[in-house]
Design a protein around this ligand. Sequence first.
Ligand SMILES: Cc1cc2nc3c(=O)[nH]c(=O)nc-3n(C[C@H](O)[C@H](O)[C@H](O)COP(=O)(O)OP(=O)(O)OC[C@H]3O[C@@H](n4cnc5c(N)ncnc54)[C@H](O)[C@@H]3O)c2cc1C
Length: 327
Amino acid sequence: MSDVLILVETKEGALDKKTLELIRGGSGLAKELGTGASAVVVGHETSLLAESVASYGLNKVYRLEHPLLKGFKPDAWVGALEWLCKQIVPRVFLISHAFVGREVAPRLAYRLNTELTTDCTGLKIDPADKALIRTKPIYGGNAVAIVKTEGSPQVVTVRRGAFEPVEETATKSEMVPLTPPLDESLIRVKSLKTVEQEVVELDKANIVISGGRGIAEKEDFEVLIALAKALSKTHGKVMVGCSRPVVDKGWMSSDHQVGLTGSMISPEAYVAVGISGAVQHLVGMIRSKKIIAINTDLGCNMFKVADFGVVGDYKEILPALIKKLEE
Ligand SMILES: Cc1cc2nc3c(=O)[nH]c(=O)nc-3n(C[C@H](O)[C@H](O)[C@H](O)COP(=O)(O)OP(=O)(O)OC[C@H]3O[C@@H](n4cnc5c(N)ncnc54)[C@H](O)[C@@H]3O)c2cc1C
């Protein structure tokens, strides 16, 4: 049996931060198991990427190379990873709980006749039987499940931010280039089309101003955008976020959503406008350095966690605030 395996992902051609987090988590598990962690790079002409992965203290970097693996083709990726898992028999397989992972992990677990635990926020090894103990939030984050399964490999998807990204090391991992036996007939989804859209990285903002269901109409988000612009003159990157009802209404894309099923952020300041403070929203922003609530309801939950609060209608408060900032 081999060791802990990590699926490598890229963002704009470079190694994704999610993968660096998985390497940290996987290396810790490998240590507990008394074995090593390895990573798998899937694609075509991946030597540069594989070289960069080799700088993070892993035992081996498997390079699954095939022209059919160019870009992300889910059928081909699942086929190649199934083949690799059957060759090297990893004990644990860590995959990020994001677009690629959500597509690949369930199908891979099914093909390997093993169980999958998704969206894990904590992982450790049971010293008694060396099984993987997973922690994951359930019931909308109101409870935490501790999960242990019997199947092999132990496949899990891991939530972003569950581990700190790993740092580079001086030593290089062993490179293992492999060509999985793939053919065109495997591939039902021939290509994926990338839709151009605005890049929203709430986790990189110094201040996030979020609007909730209390915002009466879509056009009123213009006032939040104006406040963000006014603040950005003195506070760097300021972005507009939202609660889930705003996404459900189709007013903003899900990239703007803060919370359990959105982004988990910890900006210098978080301004919650017309957001009541449901637990599923709070888990996404509670680690903000300062929380400012603007709400008509003094009894709402958001005021209980806020450092500063203004009780009132955003339609009056926000324009007054912008005017003051511009002065
Ligand atoms: C599994 C699951 C996952 C979820 N994930 C998320 C998630 O990731 N993110 C998320 O946000 N939610 C999530 N939710 C939904 C969550 O439970 C709440 O329903 C949601 O957060 C409520 O959004 P809200 O505070 O904007 O709306 P509401 O709870 O309706 O609050 C609106 C607030 O606006 C105030 N208000 C009204 N008018 C004004 C005004 N003129 N000026 C100022 N204030 C005003 C009201 O007093 C009220 O406090 C999830 C739910 C489930 C079950």
